[in-house]
Design a protein around this ligand. Structure first.
Ligand SMILES: *[C@@H]1O[C@H](CO)[C@@H](O)[C@H](O)[C@H]1NC(C)=O
Ligand SMILES: *[C@@H]1O[C@H](CO)[C@@H](O)[C@H](O)[C@H]1NC(C)=O
Ligand SMILES: [Cu+2]
Length: 352
């Protein structure tokens, strides 16, 4: 009888520390932000409903004109097209994280508004799937309550990085199980938008996951003092061998032959959205460590890899972001607070 009141007293503290779902924190018209949860914390019916909604988007007609992208075949492909078109203007730049935050939110809205999905976009906390020995057993790769797993091993590591073999790559063929076993992939490889009908490929590397997706790397990213270094530490180097958590997720799933490892058409793999939503969660976790200062902290080059500002300057809050036909344009400033009117979501848990 003495223990119970103590436990009850601790309860609000626990929730305050582990969740930012309090509607009281919301501003403007965002009164009830939707709550993004880790995939394995969804119920089985929610998991199936999410997969259903993704397949629904893959069956809807595209908004993109075939004169722009002859290979476009579905509403799902619309975001792939815009990602391909902007590959060298939204990666390795300061607005990499705001642009992908925008992309995740627009995908989430499409699933909800066009395909009747009631939940929030889930995320993949890959720190739960390392060390390497655990990786292939991730619940994310489950054939029914997940996204399916690897492709069968193909020896020649061609396609996305012919010059660099991802160490530990173990697949390369068509995804052999799960809801995307028969997925019709059309766009790519690379920047080819003419349409190349094929299967979804995965070329998983547990070794790569073990090296980049553990809590040690995420902690290093989280410990950076300002946005510029935070972003660069999260993104790593262009050489896959000096990756960080961004490249880690891409190459651990895509290897050399999988779409996830393709700089242009990586959004082909539905796991792209699970991975990038977790990267967004890392950014929000970092912002939350010092609100409100970090709601305004943005920097990094406008131009690709121009960290020394030799070509142009840094991005600022009024810098414009576009997703083409998929949404009305926004600015970086619109993307800084996930609880704002234009975004209106929170995470069930953050990294500390
Ligand atoms: C994190 O741990 C992995 C696995 O032990 C290791 O390969 C990697 O080098 C570590 N990275 C950092 C930045 O500590
Ligand atoms: C651009 O941003 C970087 C950090 O990302 C910072 O070190 C540098 O001073 C900034 N450059 C200018 C001209 O403000
Ligand atoms: Cu991208």
């Amino acid at each position: 009888m003495k223990v119970l009141p103590h436990l009850l007293a601790l309860l609000p503290l626990f929730f305050a520390a582990s969740s930012d779902a309090s509607p009281a924190e919301a501003r403007g018209t965002c009164r009830h932000p939707i709550v993004r949860r880790e995939w394995r914390r969804l119920g089985k019916l929610q998991q199936l409903d999410y997969i259903r909604a993704v397949k629904c988007l893959q069956a809807k007609p595209p908004l993109t004109s075939t004169s722009v992208a002859p290979g476009v075949g579905s509403r799902y492909d619309d975001l792939i097209v815009t990602h391909v078109q902007q590959t060298f203007t939204v990666h390795l730049v300061g607005h990499f994280l705001p642009w992908h935050r925008f992309m995740m939110a627009v995908y989430e809205k499409a699933l909800r508004n066009e395909c009747g999905y009631h939940g929030a976009q889930p995320y993949w906390d890959w720190t739960l799937d390392v060390p390497a020995s655990k990786f292939l057993d991730s619940p994310l790769f489950h054939p029914i309550f997940g996204f399916g797993g690897n492709g069968p091993y193909l020896p020649t590591p061609t396609t996305t990085h012919p010059d660099y073999v991802i160490p530990g790559r173990s697949g390369g063929g068509c995804v052999a199980s799960g809801p995307f076993k028969h997925m019709q992939v059309r766009l790519g490889p690379g920047d080819d938008l003419t349409g190349n009908p094929r299967c979804l490929h995965r070329d998983m590397s547990p070794y790569f996951a073990g090296r980049y997706l553990g809590t040690n790397v995420t902690s290093l990213v989280m410990s950076q003092p300002d946005y510029g270094w935070f972003y660069r530490t999260l993104d790593g180097d262009t050489n896959p061998d000096r990756s960080s958590i961004h490249g880690g997720g891409h190459y651990a799933v895509g290897g050399n032959r999988g779409e996830m490892g393709d700089l242009h058409v990586s959004p082909t793999d539905p796991l792209f959205y699970m991975h990038h939503t977790n990267l967004d969660r890392v950014w929000w976790s970092w912002q939350k460590k010092n609100l409100p200062a970090r709601l305004a902290d943005i920097s990094g080059p406008i131009n690709i890899l121009d960290y020394d500002n030799l070509i142009g300057g840094n991005v600022t809050l009024d810098f414009p972001l576009t997703l083409g036909v998929n949404a009305a344009d926004v600015t970086i400033g619109d993307m800084m607070d996930i609880r704002s009117d234009k975004l209106c979501y929170v995470y069930d848990q953050v990294y500390t």
